[in-house]
Design a protein around this ligand. Structure first.
Ligand code: CA
Ligand code: CA
Length: 457
């Protein structure tokens, strides 16, 4: 590499830093003492205004004093690219690290604590990495505004009084393998699209674990989201998001809550022991809720309020305190089949519209191991449910009689206990289910059009 043989740059000779100062040329800078306060006449301690700078705290601190008349910053990085900040403790400023219009920076292995507004703040900064930092007891932990393609990985972000991580107008952020605990909000996305939240422990935050407002096309994958004070995952005015393979438990309100949010995919999550509902949809259409285990929640397993055309398939919904599924406020054209319901009360309808509780009878393995897809398995904890006790004279795994819930809602093909060992065929449940969904969506579309036509008459 060119700079290694350049006589003008000696990578081994680091500049020692013992007081607050500006860095205006490339190179390596190492703290050899704790430094305090801000520069004379300025509102920050260390300013970085050059590319290719390494600032190694070497275990020392940059510490703000009791400066109350300015908005102070421990490290200020402006219009500088390819900067590394490492091994530094930054505390007691308004902003620990403040970055603006800077790209390809690495912030690694620092302690960022006790900063009043935000631990690490990025604005208009892209392709940066914030990794393996301990970010604690700040106002907010990490805040990104209008900053894209950044990675936030392997940090401990705890005990910040507002958010752990907040994105505003920021896209394509990778939030990976962080511990986000005991903050106000855990992770907050505001008007931020195409971000990925994966593999994080999001626990014991006082408000929501993950909160999306006006944010689209985000993926929330394989997180543990538990013991938060309010809802585990909350979406409002947020469309086209995917919630996959998370464990969502012991949260103080709902497990997963959607309000005015359409086309959400809620797949393969374990949602248990939340105070209210496992999955609660209000005014949220076209969701897909599939492959989830929804159990032991304090109110309903699934609640649909004024929510239409949701597909609810392949879920196991058991031992929820009030009901398995509660459908009300004109929720209609929802498609609910091939689920196991095993609750004292499986279904409650209150002013529900017409919903569909079975697909057409298809020769594919059903959720309880029978040979035909049809409706749902209506069990009960004491094996006295409709499906537990129904007759099945032709032994096809479908009860002899339909399960009528009300005049608009009947499962015409309720599943019965499988009566024979199923043949050892290889299933591709994904493609089967997608085929079934497409069939069902087509049916719903036809019916919905038909009903609109009728209303016009
Ligand atoms: Ca409820
Ligand atoms: Ca039958």
């Amino acid at each position: 590499m060119f700079f290694l043989i350049s006589p003008h740059l000696q990578p081994v000779s680091a500049v020692e830093i013992q007081e607050c100062q500006d860095i205006r040329s490339s190179g390596m800078y190492v703290l050899t003492a704790d430094v305090y306060g801000v520069q004379y006449g300025k509102d920050y301690c260390i300013g970085i205004f050059a590319d290719n700078v390494i600032l190694d705290g070497n275990g020392y601190s940059v510490e703000g004093a009791e400066i109350r008349f300015r908005t102070t910053q421990g490290v200020r990085i402006v219009e500088a690219n390819n900067v590394t900040i490492k091994n530094l403790r930054i505390s007691k400023y308004d902003y620990g690290i403040y970055m603006r219009e800077s790209n390809y920076t690495t912030i690694i292995n620092n302690i960022v604590e006790l900063n009043v507004i935000t631990g690490i703040y990025l604005r208009d900064s892209h392709h940066n990495e914030i990794s393996s930092n301990n970010i604690v007891f700040n106002g907010g932990g990490i805040y990104l505004e209008n900053s894209h393609n950044n990675a936030i990985t392997d940090n401990t972000i705890s005990s910040n009084s507002q958010h752990g991580i907040e994105l505003v107008f920021s896209i394509k952020t990778m939030i990976l393998n962080n511990t986000v605990s005991s903050n106000g909000y855990g992770i907050l996305l505001d008007a931020s699209n195409n971000n990925t939240v994966i593999g994080n422990d999001i626990e014991s935050n006082t408000a929501e674990g993950v909160y999306l407002d006006s944010s689209r096309y985000n993926e929330i994958l394989v997180n543990t989201i538990s013991s938060n004070g309010e809802t585990g995952i909350y979406l409002v005015y947020s469309d086209y998001n995917t919630i996959l393979n998370n464990t969502v438990s012991l949260n103080g309100q709902h497990g997963i809550e959607l309000v005015f949010s359409i086309k959400t995919m809620i797949l393969n999550n374990t949602v248990s022991s939340n105070t209210f509902d496992g999955v609660y949809l209000a005014y949220s259409d076209y969701g897909i809720i599939s492959g989830n285990t929804i159990s032991s929640n304090g109110d309903d397993g699934i609640e649909l309020e004024a929510s239409n055309k949701t597909i609810i398939v392949n879920n196991t919904v058991s031992l929820n305190t009030f009901s398995g599924i509660y459908v009300h406020s004109s929720s209609k054209y929802n498609m609910i089949f091939n689920n196991v319901f095993n609750n004292s009360i499986n279904v409650v309808l209150d002013d529900a519209g017409r919903n569909y509780w079975n697909t057409t009878r298809i020769a594919e393995r059903d959720i309880v191991g029978g040979n035909y897809l049809g409706g749902n398995y209506w069990g009960s904890p004491y094996a006295t449910g409709f499906s537990d006790t129904c007759g099945d004279r032709d032994r096809d795994g479908i009860c002899d009689s339909p399960f009528q819930i009300d005049e608009n809602n009947t499962d015409w093909l309720p599943l019965s206990r499988p009566v024979q060992p199923p043949p050892s065929i290889t299933l591709d449940p994904g493609s089967t289910m997608i085929l079934a969904m497409i069939t069902v969506l087509a049916i719903i579309g036809v019916i919905a059009s038909a009903s609109r036509l009728k209303k016009k008459v």
